[in-house]
Design a protein around this ligand. Structure first.
Ligand SMILES: Cc1cc2nc3c(=O)[nH]c(=O)nc-3n(C[C@H](O)[C@H](O)[C@H](O)COP(=O)(O)OP(=O)(O)OC[C@H]3O[C@@H](n4cnc5c(N)ncnc54)[C@H](O)[C@@H]3O)c2cc1C
Length: 415
């Protein structure tokens, strides 16, 4: 097994988990990674005393695969308070725990985002989804989320003031066209678990997996140009012959024949601003209602102090769509922040922007998992990555594990 040349393309969470599972079975895989660091879409930069994730994202503590592969205590996970602070332009108010304990949400506060019937419906949905397995959720009929919410009987008030800003920030699309399967899965995860970030940033998650690897070689700055049969051609022209290949990146990037076969991914722009102090002083996500540039905001140091160790506060701002150049965008965001908070725009000091062209894959037929036979393209080539299942850390991990199982199975004597 040790002499088998098993290459994995991509050191994102899917590629790293595939390597971990292959090691457990006695293999010594080799990862080829285009960038200088592991983690793919989960990376954190340290700069000017701030920690900045490449795009605002959270780990849900109820993710089954995350529970399996991560040591939450060692990550020193910092959890968000469930619920959200809603900014409607005129006012701001807190909705605590609408997806776990909707009936306990103070009626006065809830009345601004929904009706009493919405509260009861939230409760019913929470109970229903807690009983539904993840497999059942992903085998349910798929309709656009906006339609699902209507069909379930939610009022326009709660759809506009809570569901839209909350799920736009997760699906990274404005109209909630994403499948109801993903909605049910995410809702269930929030009903069971907490949104959390590792104390020192999301990049700690892939780092933790990498530390568990002892027999895997990782070659950084080694982009793959093309895969043909069992031959991998690197951008520098080197050719590598493989016994098995796991492509842990959307495969059209390395297989010319698949180019144009995948729908455009979801994009996002994440901007960081620093302030003297947090305006919320509470580990909560802030949601902006209406048709604004900014979808959601979080004062990262309210969640984990380590995100700002220079005596300032770090504000993460998520913008879903904008055609503005960087300068104009920064100004427009600062103006919106002033509008919703009353704090003068110049107090929001711009730190850095992360325009992310490939944030989430567009997956038509969302799945929780697939049989390992389905990730095999040829006897030598196997697929992994969130795009195979659904856009989440949990799916990235699942897909890596399944691809490794398929490779391991291909060496079994009965095969
Ligand atoms: C802004 C944002 C917010 C998100 N929010 C959440 C959230 O709140 N919760 C959640 O669960 N998920 C969230 N996600 C999704 C989650 O981050 C991904 O599902 C997960 O990281 C996917 O991992 P992956 O290994 O499949 O892919 P990737 O992380 O994309 O890994 C692919 C790897 O392959 C490398 N690569 C690419 N091309 C080549 C090549 N030619 N040769 C060699 N290497 C190559 C890349 O550099 C990368 O390291 C978010 C993602 C983003 C960007």
């Amino acid at each position: 097994m040790e002499d088998q040349k098993i290459y994995i393309v991509g050191a994102g969470i899917a590629g790293l988990i595939a390597a971990l599972e292959l090691e457990k079975a006695g293999f010594c895989p080799i990862i080829l990674e285009a960038t200088e660091k592991e983690g793919g879409r989960m990376k954190t930069d340290a700069q000017e005393g701030f920690l900045m994730d490449h795009g605002f994202q959270v780990l849900n503590t109820a993710y089954p695969e995350a529970k399996k592969y991560l040591d939450f205590q060692a990550l020193n996970l910092k959890t968000f308070d469930p619920g959200a602070v809603i900014f409607d332009g005129k006012d701001s108010f807190i909705i605590t725990d609408p997806m776990r304990n909707p009936l306990k949400v103070v009626s006065m506060a809830f009345s601004k985002v929904g009706t009493f019937l919405d509260k009861v419906k939230m409760f019913t949905l929470t109970q229903e989804l807690k009983k539904k397995s993840n497999e059942e959720i992903f085998n349910s009929p798929s309709i656009p989320t906006h339609q699902y919410l209507k069909n379930f009987g939610f009022s326009d008030l709660i759809i506009d003031n809570f569901f839209k800003p909350f799920f736009r920030g997760i699906f990274l699309e404005k109209h909630l066209n994403t499948s109801s399967r993903m909605f049910e899965f995410v809702f269930k995860m929030f009903a069971l678990g907490h949104a959390a970030i590792p104390e020192k940033g999301m990049g700690e998650i892939p780092k933790m997996i990498r530390r568990q690897l002892s027999k895997t070689q990782i070659y950084f700055n080694s982009p793959v140009r093309e895969i043909q049969g069992n031959v991998i051609e690197l951008e520098n022209g080197d050719k590598l012959e493989a016994d098995r290949i796991i492509i842990a990146v959307q495969p059209d990037r390395v297989m010319k024949q698949l180019q144009g076969q995948f729908a455009s991914p979801r994009q996002v722009i994440n901007l960081y601003f620093s302030l003297q102090k947090s305006l919320l002083a509470r580990p909560m996500i802030g949601l902006l209602t209406g048709d604004r540039l900014v979808n959601n905001i979080v004062f990262m140091d309210d969640v984990s102090k380590a995100y700002a160790e220079n005596g300032r506060s770090l504000l993460s701002v998520t913008v879903l769509e904008s055609k503005l150049g960087e300068k104009e965008l920064i100004k427009a965001v600062q103006d919106e922040l002033e509008e919703i908070s009353g704090v003068k725009s110049e107090y929001f000091k711009f730190v850095k922007a992360f325009p992310i062209a490939y944030a989430l894959p567009h997956v038509d037929d969302l799945k929780y998992a697939i049989p390992f036979t389905e990730c095999k393209i040829t006897d030598q080539v196997y697929l992994a990555g969130d795009y195979l299942l659904n856009a989440s850390i949990n799916a990235g991990m699942t897909s890596g594990r399944i691809a490794a199982e398929a490779v391991i199975h291909s060496y079994m004597p009965t095969h």
